[in-house]
Design a protein around this ligand. Structure first.
Ligand SMILES: NC(=O)c1ccc[n+]([C@@H]2O[C@H](COP(=O)([O-])OP(=O)(O)OC[C@H]3O[C@@H](n4cnc5c(N)ncnc54)[C@H](O)[C@@H]3O)[C@@H](O)[C@H]2O)c1
Length: 294
């Protein structure tokens, strides 16, 4: 069983959601924390929360997509703490757009954070995890690294790639007897700010998407953090977070690639629902306008 007390844990994207919940949970378990985020306000709040929990903690503004910044971050963390036992490559962004609606720049941005960010954090911290003699690399993929739905091709490209890289690394470490356990995390819907912060293609109903996400994101970030840490403690290579993640995982196991037929059927229904809601909202706005005008 992995332990966290006194261990140095690096968390990217620690200014919100799952990253913040991981920081608080690890702080309660006595870990020492190297936190980072591009959002300095969110990061400062997490650092303050960890101070309140009496943790040894330091925060840095770091863009995980920026290779130079990540190199400097690794040096800063090692200078400050001397050792690194756990790395949680958690920072992530989302986009809602069909492939025909997104630009190559959109793809670069999503892959820059969600994939390159994970590769930077993994490759650059790996020598230090190995040197610790008992390292854990925890990469956050998604249930969308297990199956696909419409409007998420960029996100899927990043999360399937994170899964491929992470699973290969886990096998390599085990085969070579390298003292690092590697974990790939697949959260289902977690109630965080990720949908509210998403890039949504022009002309799409942003509010409808955020409402839909609020309905399906049934796991709290705190529960997600506890599940992730339990998976790390138990040495699980694949960590599924939430009943929805388990359900979708089992569905793909059961149906193989035939799950796509089901997604097609559900996708059409969901699109119709969203269209109907958008029309209702537009009609309600029109009605309010008439009353005001009158
Ligand atoms: N919330 C979900 O339903 C869900 C489901 C599956 C996977 N995930 C994954 O979980 C991880 C955490 O997401 P969350 O739900 O807590 O979202 P969140 O938006 O609440 O938190 C993400 C954090 O990452 C930070 N970030 C964004 N770009 C960054 C960059 N370039 N460099 C450094 N930090 C950056 C943001 O500022 C934010 O603080 C992400 O990788 C996400 O893809 C989330």
């Amino acid at each position: 069983m992995a332990r966290f007390d006194g261990r140095v844990a690096v968390i990217t994207g620690a200014g919100s959601g799952i990253g913040r919940a991981l920081a608080y949970d690890l702080a309660r378990r006595g870990a020492r924390l190297a936190l980072s985020d591009v959002d300095e306000v969110g990061l400062a709040a997490t650092v303050a929360g960890c101070h309140d929990l009496d943790a040894d903690v330091e925060g840095w503004r770091v863009d995980v997509a920026d290779r130079g910044a990540m190199r400097r971050h690794v040096t800063d963390v090692v200078d400050r703490f001397g050792v690194v036992h756990l790395v949680f490559n958690n920072a992530g962004i989302s986009i809602v757009a069909d492939a025909t609606e997104q630009t190559l720049e959109d793809l670069d941005r999503v892959l820059g954070v969600n994939l390159q960010g994970v590769l930077h954090g993994s490759q650059l911290f790996l020598p230090h995890l190995i040197a610790s003699g008992d390292g854990h690399l925890v990469n956050i993929s998604s249930v969308f690294g297990l199956l696909t739905i419409p409007t998420q091709s960029a996100y899927h490209a990043s999360k399937f790639a994170v899964r491929g890289y992470t699973e290969a690394l886990a096998v390599e470490m085990a085969v070579n007897g390298t003292p690092v356990q590697v974990h790939c995390v697949h959260p289902g819907g977690i109630a965080t700010a990720i949908a509210a912060n998403a890039t949504v293609a022009a002309g799409r109903d942003r509010d409808g998407f955020v409402d839909l996400f609020a309905k399906v994101a049934r796991t709290s970030p705190e529960d997600a953090a506890a599940i992730i840490l339990r998976g790390v403690e138990r040495g699980r290579t694949r960590i599924l977070v939430g009943a929805d993640a388990w359900f979708l995982h089992l569905l793909t196991q059961l149906l193989g690639s035939r799950y796509q037929r089901l997604v097609r059927w559900l996708g059409v229904r969901t699109l119709r629902q969203l269209d109907r809601k958008a029309e209702e909202a537009a009609a309600a706005r029109g009605a309010t306008g008439e009353v005001r005008a009158g």
